[in-house]
Every structure is written in structure tokens, then in C-alpha cells.
Write a protein that binds this ligand. Structure first.
Ligand code: PEP
Ligand code: MG
Length: 920
């Protein structure tokens, strides 16, 4: 292990922005800002290596670290003209976590550390405010007791309530009839007088003594060791673990710990604290954007307990000149902040998220990091920065997380739909969401588990709510700003969120909503209960009663531009899995370059068709089957005509029937009787047949091309429908490129038989129609044997499409349909990094793909290779398919832009692995 401590202060820093792995994002940012000459309170960072050593030693700080910390404190003192542990010139510090990737609110922070009964008097003298000093002290004890000593916050509620009552009596407020919330409103923290605070501090200490059997630690150094340990411990708390899992953050990274001199935003009205973004994190617009609270400490803004004011006069965006803005209140400080933010954005060449504190009109930056943003903002910022010359087009492509653009493609509220406006709040995270109201995270998780769409409604959210936010479709909060926990986390998750909706108040499992007229006067109050439906529009901050219809996403100009840049660098083609003309159109609108998989079985589920399908399956003998198939032919042909027309000029891969036949059979008695009537066959006979078709392992049973070996007439009908449709569309002057694909093959002979069958039908149709079209013949590679004998299969097949869903199922021997019951435990135990049905198991299934590729191409140079399993839309799997040199991926229509961007990023990664280009 190298050095444990990196100091920053007085214009110099041991570390810099490159050292995120060691110093965490916050520590690296503080070091870099200090180097840039930006006002940052001095301090030091204890490295992530120390955190990892702490865990390796069974939660013990490594030898020598304490001495290094004492030395660092020694360097800090002269810079501030103060001493840690001194009552004359007290130095207080904050102790904060800071991992490599930002994990907002997931880990712990302790402020005002270094106080005891004696030092607090010194602080009062030095700041000239006894009230302030005592308030800092009681907050410190509360947080320290909760985080370090394990005495939960709510144990102190009653003591705080008593202090409020005492203060109320002094203020002449009658508190006898007030509940806790009302009392807090009447006597907020700022009205607690020194006497009440002193008594509260004593009570808090008594509670700590009672709960832990030990007095509250008086020695500032002991406080510091405890806090650093607690920050390291918080790396493994429950909410941090949940967050890491959601964002794929490895546990092995550890967190750094930042110890920094305190500055106070709550020293009066010439002080304050706030959060800012160098561009709008919701829309990406280039405008300095943020919020602040006068006379407050940092946590007040993030916790969302008070709703903050905008930074700039026009910050609210509604044309109103806001007198509460920082620009109006402290114009010089605002001007300095504007300059600092511009410097930081230019320096880091990306949108920054800043935390600042103003202590008696002096500005301090407490944090600077790459700002989290919505998918929409990510696209706009990347494209605009490239145009401003701040970054290259290639960097712009790499800046946007393909997963995040998914949100852009989701529907929004139908502007023309009738709707009942309930309330307005802040547009914290875009997207429309409808669901049943729930009031707790646990309830959200429970109902979502039952398949219900839910909206989580809270006064404000805290990191404990993360599992409920994950389960909910959208989040609505009564309090908090655009940078509140709810807003930040929802944007990260790409969920719709309306925050700071002050017209609602949540208590006792109900939401009371005050309705207003156009002039802002309250007109009525209504009550919304758990289970009632509401709809959120996170893009405008509007809440509607009931379910409101939505319309498909409209893509912005910047999005199209980014896609053009991405298309110019990507090598992999992107097709879509689409079974209907409607899906084909959606896919094409999103940029699909063909259909990689049309699952023909999905065409059989319509009312009229399923009947004929069942007749076919249950028929006695070939003649009966052919009669039923003849009924299906026109339907299939019609569907294919529609799909070919939509995909004019592009390849369309149509897979012949794949699933086991029993999937189409009647599910209940009523359906059986209906079928019996239609077929004129006794229900008993049908029921017996039905039972005969039941299989023990249907996924490994009579399915795929095995169906055609026993009943060739099924594929004959399908081949005829495809070729007739192709001829019909070609006759209308539209270019068609049909590709017929055989599922689940494992031997050359299966392909030889089905190929002869398809070609025979095609020749007949060509003769009947008097025209020929090019029809390619290929197969899916879905079984390990198919990958191994790919050389033989390629003798018959002109293309392969890797069906990685089945290939994963068969290579791992894990049933696709049953995996849900235990795969979660596998991921939790670290056996798989991610669900192998979502993200390709590169080591195993990936090797089969490579074997199939090599053997197939060796037998047939130029063999076209694609992927049509779910992995075709997964960015990390796409990176593998690029490295593997496949020709295309195919994914669901809404994933097409995601795949285009991921393919471009994969191409750029492959290029930089080969060495730098002369031009970039
Ligand atoms: C596959 O197995 O990957 C595939 C695309 O086919 P299906 O999901 O229809 O089995
Ligand atoms: Mg399959």
C-alpha cells in the first residue's frame, strides 16, 4: 500500500483529478479544484486502499494511518489559524465518504466533528453566536450517535420535541394541542433558543449513555477515528449494496474518506449553501442551473426538507424575476460562482455538479464531479459540447450511456387526451408513468412484485426508500427540489419523478391534495388513497388523477445527430426482432437495417387463427393437418406482405415454426368444447390428444425443426406463404429480401431435408407466379452441437443467426422458464456477474459463438452471421459481438437506437485497442 493520506489546501494538493480510483470522485475533485486555485476548504483524503485494508484486517485501521492523520491535521491547522481540539480557536471538520463512482446519499457523512462541552463555548465566542454553536453541537451529537454509535435517530425525537415545547413556552406559543409536525412548523430548528438547546444536548448525551453504557466521546481525535471507521463501514451498508448492484459498481472498489475543515452556511442570512449544475441535468440545456438555501447546512438542500430557491433571477424558468435567488441576494458571490462553474466545465470538459457553501459572503466549493443527467440531457450535452469544440464527435458518442437513451424512447402523455389535473410540482425526471398510489417503499416493492404498476408517493424520499423507487413506475414527493434525493435517484434510474409538489401532503396512508384555481387560490381539497390511480408527467412536473393515455416518444434533433455520428463509426449492422408490420415500422423508424427475427408463431394467436392452428395440431393424419394449414396460409401470407412492404429494400429473416405445439392448445374446458364443436370431434378425444402432447421438458422436446421432420406440411405451408408474399410485393415493384431461417437445428441432415422442402415449394411458387425472387436459406445456432458442427451446417446454410436465448439455456443447462427462481441468488453470490440471459456469458456461450463463427466461415467464406437472442440489445454483449466480428445484432424495436450507439462505442473501443488514429 502506498501513502494513506492525500492532503489538499493552500493552493496545493497531493492528488489530482486522475486519481479517482484512489481518492474517490469527491477526493479527486477537491484536489483538482484546489490546484486550479478555486476556494476549497482545506482537508485530506484517506484513500480507498485504506478502506480495503480496513476490511481485509477485519474492520481495523491499518497501523500507521492514525499517525499520518495526526500529521495531516497538523498541516491543516496553520492554514486556518485554528487547532483541532482547542477551545480558543476551534477547528471543526466534516468527514464524508466518496467512492470512485458517485453514490448519492448511500453512504454516511458527519459534520461539525471536533466539538465537546468546552470547545462549543469557544466556537460560540469565535462566531459570536451561542445559538449557532449549540445547534451545531446538538446536530453533531445526533448524527454521530446515529452513524457511529448505532443509537438510531428516532430515539432522540422525543428529546427534540421537548426542546421545541420549551422554546414554544418561551415564545408564548401554546403547544398543548399541536402534534409533532405542527410543533415543528411553529417552532422550527432556527427558533430553538440557547437554553433549550443546552438542555437538549444534555438529554441527548444521557440517551447515548443509556443506550451504549458509555458517555459520548469528548476527545476530538477519538471522534475522528470513530467517524472514519463509520464511513468505511457505510460502504457495506444495505442501501449502498442495493445501489451498487443496480449500477454494477464492484464491491472491491471501496470508498475513500474525506476529512475537511468545516465552513458554515448557517451563520446567518449572509451565509447559505447550494447545489449547482453547469448545464441543466434534466434537459441538457446550456444554462447555469441550481438551487440554494440561505442560512442552511448542506444536508438541508439534499434532504429536501426545505424547498430551495433558484440561483439565478430567471432560474424558475417561468419568466418571473426571483428575488429570493442568489443572484438577487448576493450578486458578487453569484458572479464569482458563475466564473468558477465556467472554469470547471472548461477544465473537465463535461457537465459538472457542484456543491458550495457561502460563509458570511465568502464562497467555498465543497464538491465538483461529473453531473448525473437524464438520457435526454446526456445526448444534448454531448452533441452541443462537440459542436462547441469542447470534445470530439467520438468523445460525444462515448459520453452517452446506451442504457440511458432507453428513457428517450418511452412514451409521454397524450396532449389531446382528456385529463384531470391534480397538482403541479417540479419536473424532476422526465417520462410519463401511471400506477396505483403507494405510500411506502416496502408496499411499492410488494405490489410491484404482484405485477402492479405503482407510483411511490412520499413527503420526501431517503436512501432507505431505494428498493421502493426501483420497484415503482414513478415517484412523487411533496417536498424537496430538483437536487433532492428523489430527483437525483429517479434521474439516475430513468424513472418519471415529480418532486416538491407542495399541494400534496402525505400522512397516515393518505394523500391530501389542495386544488387551486388559475389565480393560485385554493378551491378544494381531495383525498387520494392507497391503490387509487394517478399519472405523472415527469417532464413537466404535472400530476393527473386516473390513468392518462400516452403517445410514443418524439426524438430530438440532437438525438438524430448523435445517431448519425454513431452510424458513421459502427461496423455492426443493427436489425430488429419484429413479428408484425406495426413492429417492423417502429423498428425501421428507430433505424433498424432489416429484420433479424420474425417469429412466425406469434402470428397464430389471433382468435380466427388459433382455431385453425388447433385443428391442425389435433387433426388425425396428414390430410386433416393440410386442411387446417390451408386456412392459415392466407393469414400468414398477408402478414408477410405487410412486413415486406414495411421493410422495402432491407433483409427480412423469417423463422419457421419453433415452439412445442402444446403451447397452442386449449387451456381450459370452455376452449376445448368450443374447438370440439368447430371440429366435430368429441371433446374427450380432443382432451386425450391434448394429454398425449404434454412433454416433460418441452424446451428440449418436439419443437424447432423437429416439427418439420415429423410434419413437413407445416413448414411447406409457411414457405409457400413467404414466397408467395415475396412475389406479390416484388410484383408491386418493391424490393424484397426474404431469408428463411430454420430453428433449433443440430445436424446437417435436418437442414438438408428442410432446405429441399423450402426450395421445392419456392420453385413451385415461382412457376405458378411466373417470377423469381432471391430467397436465402439459413439456420439458427441454438444448441451447443450446432456450434460444434457449424462447419457441416454451413454446407447447407447461407447464414447463421445465433439464438443466444436457447444457446444460453442449452449450454448452461438452465431452463429459461425456471431460471427466475434461483438466478437471483447466483448473481447475489457473485457466481454470475449478471443474469446470463440478459448479458452474454462470454466465457462459455461466447466461446460457442466463436467456435460456430470459425467453423462456419471456414466451410463457407463470407457466411453471414447475426445474433437474435435478447443479448442483441444488451450493450456489454454487443461489445463482445463486435470483438467476435459478427455481421449484425437484432433486438426489439425500442432497443434499436441503444444497439446502434452501443455498436458505435464497441467499434471505437476496438479501434483504440488496435492503437491510436493519427487524426484524433
Ligand atoms: C433464441 O433462442 O435466442 C431465439 C431468438 O429464439 P426464441 O427466443 O424464440 O427461442
Ligand atoms: Mg430459440
Amino acid at each position: 500500500m502506498g501513502r494513506s493520506i492525500y492532503f489538499f489546501g493552500g493552493g496545493q494538493a497531493d492528488g489530482d483529478a486522475q486519481q479517482k480510483e484512489l481518492l474517490g470522485g469527491k477526493g479527486a475533485g477537491l484536489a483538482e479544484m484546489t490546484r486550479l486555485g478555486i476556494p476549497v476548504p482545506p482537508g485530506f483524503t484517506v484513500t480507498t486502499e485504506v478502506c480495503n485494508a480496513y476490511y481485509a484486517a477485519g474492520r481495523a485501521l491499518p497501523a500507521g494511518v492514525e499517525d499520518e492523520i495526526r500529521a495531516a491535521i497538523g498541516r491543516l491547522e496553520p492554514l486556518l489559524d485554528a487547532r483541532f481540539g482547542s477551545a480558543e480557536a476551534p477547528l471543526l471538520v466534516s468527514v464524508r465518504s466518496g467512492a470512485r463512482a458517485s453514490m448519492p446519499g448511500m453512504m454516511d457523512t458527519i459534520l461539525n466533528l471536533g466539538l465537546n462541552d468546552e470547545i462549543v463555548r469557544g466556537l460560540a465566542k469565535r462566531t459570536g453566536s451561542e445559538r449557532f454553536a449549540l445547534d451545531a453541537y446538538r446536530r453533531f451529537i445526533l448524527t454521530y450517535a446515529d452513524i457511529v454509535l448505532g443509537v438510531p435517530r428516532d430515539r432522540f425525537e422525543e428529546a427534540l420535541g421537548r426542546a421545541r415545547k420549551q422554546a414554544a413556552a418561551r415564545l408564548g406559543v401554546d403547544a398543548t394541542r399541536l402534534n409533532a409536525a405542527e410543533l415543528e412548523r411553529k417552532v422550527p430548528d432556527s427558533l430553538l433558543d440557547p437554553e433549550s438547546l443546552a438542555a437538549l444536548i444534555q438529554r441527548q448525551k444521557d440517551i447515548v449513555l443509556g443506550a451504549t453504557g458509555r458517555p459520548f466521546p469528548d476527545d476530538p481525535h477519538a471522534q475522528l477515528w470513530g467517524a472514519i471507521r463509520a464511513v468505511f463501514d457505510s460502504w457495506k451498508n444495505h442501501r449502498a449494496q442495493v445501489y451498487r448492484k443496480m449500477h454494477d459498481i464492484p464491491e472491491a472498489w471501496g470508498t475513500a474518506c474525506n476529512v475537511q475543515a468545516m465552513v458554515f452556511g448557517n451563520l446567518g442570512d449572509d451565509s447559505g449553501t447550494g447545489v449547482a449544475f453547469t448545464r441543466d441535468p434534466s434537459t441538457g440545456e446550456r444554462r447555469f442551473y441550481g438551487e440554494w438555501l440561505p442560512n442552511a447546512q448542506g444536508e438541508d438542500v439534499v434532504a429536501g426538507v426545505r424547498t430551495p430557491h433558484p440561483l439565478s433571477r430567471s432560474g424558475a424558468g417561468d419568466g418571473v424575476d426571483d428575488a429570493r435567488s442568489l443572484e438577487a441576494q448576493m450578486p458578487e458571490v453569484y458572479a464569482e460562482l458563475v466564473e468558477v462553474q465556467a472554469t470547471l466545465e472548461r477544465h473537465f470538459r463535461d457537465m459538472q455538479d457542484l456543491e458550495f457553501t457561502i460563509q458570511q459572503k465568502k464562497l467555498f466549493l465543497l464538491q465538483c464531479r461529473t453531473g448525473k443527467r437524464t438520457g435526454r440531457a446526456a445526448v444534448r450535452i454531448a452533441v452541443e459540447m462537440a459542436k462547441e469544440g469542447l470534445i470530439s464527435q467520438r468523445e460525444a458518442i462515448l459520453r452517452v450511456d446506451p442504457g440511458s437513451i432507453d428513457q428517450l424512447l418511452h412514451p409521454s402523455i397524450d396532449p389531446s387526451a382528456p385529463k384531470k389535473l391534480l397538482a403541479r410540482g417540479l419536473p424532476a425526471s422526465p417520462g410519463a408513468a401511471t400506477g396505483q398510489v403507494v405510500f411506502s417503499a416496502d408496499e411499492a416493492e410488494r405490489r410491484a412484485g404482484q405485477g402492479k404498476a405503482v407510483i411511490l408517493v412520499r413527503s420526501e424520499t431517503s436512501p432507505e426508500d431505494i428498493h421502493g423507487m426501483k420497484a415503482a413506475r414513478g415517484i412523487l414527493t411533496a417536498r424537496g427540489g430538483m437536487t433532492s434525493h428523489a430527483a437525483v435517484v429517479a434521474r439516475g434510474m430513468g424513472k418519471s419523478c415529480v418532486a416538491g409538489c407542495s399541494a400534496i401532503s402525505v400522512s397516515q396512508g393518505q394523500m391530501a391534495v389542495t386544488l387551486y384555481d388559475d389565480h393560485g387560490h385554493p378551491t378544494d381539497t381531495i383525498t387520494v388513497k392507497a391503490g387509487d390511480l394517478i399519472t405523472l408527467d415527469g417532464g413537466t412536473g404535472t400530476v393527473y388523477l386516473g390513468a392518462v393515455p400516452t403517445v410514443p416518444a418524439a426524438l430530438s434533433g440532437e438525438f438524430e445527430e448523435l445517431m448519425v455520428w454513431a452510424d458513421a463509426v459502427r461496423r455492426l449492422r443493427v436489425r430488429s426482432n419484429a413479428d408484425t408490420p406495426h413492429d417492423a415500422r417502429t423498428a425501421r423508424n428507430f433505424g433498424a437495417e432489416g429484420i433479424g427475427l420474425c417469429r412466425t408463431e406469434h402470428m397464430f394467436f389471433d382468435e380466427e387463427r388459433i382455431q385453425a392452428m388447433r385443428e391442425m395440431i389435433l387433426a388425425d393424419g396428414e390430410a386433416g393437418r393440410r386442411r387446417a394449414l390451408a386456412k392459415l396460409l392466407p393469414f400468414q401470407r398477408g402478414d408477410f406482405v405487410g412486413v415486406f412492404r414495411e421493410m422495402a429494400g432491407l433483409p427480412v429473416t423469417i423463422r419457421l415454426l419453433d415452439p412445442p405445439l402444446h403451447e397452442f392448445l386449449p387451456q381450459d374446458e370452455a376452449q376445448l368444447h368450443q374447438l370440439s364443436k368447430a371440429m366435430g370431434v368429441p371433446a374427450q378425444d380432443l382432451s386425450r390428444k391434448n394429454e398425449e402432447l404434454v412433454e416433460y421438458n418441452p424446451m428440449l422436446g418436439h419443437r424447432g425443426c423437429r416439427l418439420a421432420i415429423t410434419s413437413p406440411e407445416i413448414y411447406e405451408m409457411q414457405a409457400r406463404a413467404i414466397v408467395e408474399a415475396a412475389c406479390e410485393v416484388a410484383a408491386a415493384g418493391i424490393e424484397v429480401e426474404p431469408e428463411i431461417m430454420i430453428p433449433l437445428s443440430m445436424t446437417r441432415r435436418e437442414l438438408a431435408i428442410t432446405r429441399a422442402l423450402v426450395e421445392g415449394v419456392a420453385e413451385k411458387v415461382f412457376a405458378e407466379k411466373g417470377r423469381r425472387v432471391d430467397v436465402r436459406f439459413g439456420t439458427m445456432i441454438e444448441l451447443p452441437r450446432a456450434a460444434l458442427v457449424a462447419g457441416e451446417l454451413a454446407e447447407e446454410a447461407e447464414f447463421f443467426s445465433f439464438g443466444t436465448n436457447d444457446l444460453t439455456q442449452t449450454a448452461l443447462g438452465i431452463s429459461r422458464d425456471d431460471a427466475g427462481r434461483f438466478l437471483g441468488a447466483y448473481v447475489e453470490a457473485g457466481i454470475f456477474a449478471r443474469d446470463p440471459f440478459q448479458s452474454l456469458d462470454v466465457a462459455g456461450v461466447g466461446e460457442l459463438v466463436e467456435i460456430g463463427r470459425d467453423r462456419g466461415r471456414a466451410a463457407r467464406p463470407g457466411l453471414k452471421l447475426g445474433v437474435c437472442g435478447e443479448h442483441g440489445g444488451d450493450p456489454s454483449s454487443i461489445a463482445f459481438f463486435e470483438r467476435a466480428g459478427l455481421d449484425y445484432v437484432s433486438c426489439s424495436p425500442f432497443r434499436v437506437p441503444v444497439a446502434r450507439l452501443a455498436a458505435a462505442q464497441a467499434a471505437l473501443a476496438a479501434e483504440s485497442a488496435r492503437g491510436p488514429r493519427a487524426t484524433d
